[in-house]
Write a protein that binds this ligand. Sequence first.
Ligand code: AMP
Length: 185
Amino acid sequence: MRIILIGIQGSGKSTQGNLINEKYKIPYLSSGHIFREIAKDKTKLGRYVKETMNAGYLIPDSKTLTIVEEYLKKPTYKKGYILDGFPRTVPQAKAFKEKIDKVFYLKVSDKEALWRLSYRNDVLRDDETLGALRKRIELFHEVTKPVIEYYRKKKLLIEVNGEKEIKEVFELIDSHLKILVKHEK
Ligand code: AMP
């Protein structure tokens, strides 16, 4: 199964991604995590990624595509994956040729997401300053919302109310995944 999770930061993508992973044993991959690993490298690319992320900006499409696609070639992801944070722009979605089974959009208001992010963590990540969070939310509306419409047109999109309890959100996602699994058999 190849699944994509879309939502603003704080919408619960990693929580749901991990729950799906636990139940279906499908590997979970977050592009943000890949970039945070690269940002630790003391190389030109590492420094560039770190600066871009800390400002809340996106890594350019061509770089992102090369890096994510390279990652997905690993044997771990051969049978499927849960992708969080990618594709995040329409050019990324169009260039990404893998056959996707479902795209879940976890819909949460900006206010709720900011509230969750400010209260959930004792320690904020380097790229979670209020300025960077706001920039990321702004970019979500500008460049990622069209990705949602792109997948809606392809009839792959499931919109989920991400403001509900974790368990309820998961039950809804799970109801769709159960059908997919049945069809795979
Ligand atoms: P996230 O953890 O998904 O919020 O990602 C953290 C940061 O990694 C983002 O603010 C971007 O700088 C970078 N990033 C993650 N995924 C992408 C992507 N698909 N395209 C461009 N930049 C990305």
